[in-house]
Design a binder for this molecule. Sequence first.
Ligand code: GDP
Length: 195
Amino acid sequence: MKINQAEIVMSAAREAQFPQAPFPEIALSGRSNVGKSSFINKVLTRKNLARTSQKPGKTQTLNFYLINNRFHFVDVPGYGYAKVSKKEREAWGKLLEHYFQTREQLRGVVQLVDSRHEPTKDDVAMYNWFKHHEIPVIIIGTKADKIPKGKWQKHKKQINETLGVINSDTVILFSAETGLGKDDAWKAMTGLLFS
Ligand code: GDP
């Protein structure tokens, strides 16, 4: 996909701030440091659009990017931060739950996992949650340049088995360094956005 335009249009801390435009959208989710910002920057061919890792303690927001005036990417802050109060964490959890359950524009989720390691318990819980809510998921195995090519299939299989990936979902190994998986990721994303 040729990216003519990619800009952040809203950092939303509450529902009233979600953009009302009817563009289809894909949400991107993964634990912090998994390589989500690098994925966003790479597929959008922008160096610094998505900031790397939000600081713990900072107000968490859903960041809406408008792409080519046609669709939204929604950057969901990495799960796994513990440094906010219980109350804040609960409020944030409620907002996310509400977003994923009610957002009409949402066509699917890109869930990022580190391809070098077995998916974590949090990764499994997130995937199960998306499946429970019947949200299509594209799984991106990040940092694949750090695995020797001969082991790609083995790592892909491990992701498939540990998450219990269902047939209609795809696992794609990806590298923000080499561009591996970028075309496949776009194929899968445009399939969700525009079919
Ligand atoms: P985020 O917290 O999920 O947004 O993760 P970042 O995109 O900030 O990446 C976390 C760290 O992993 C950074 O040091 C990145 O340079 C590194 N990283 C991200 N993607 C890749 C990749 O595909 N290959 C390699 N080798 N490093 C990566």
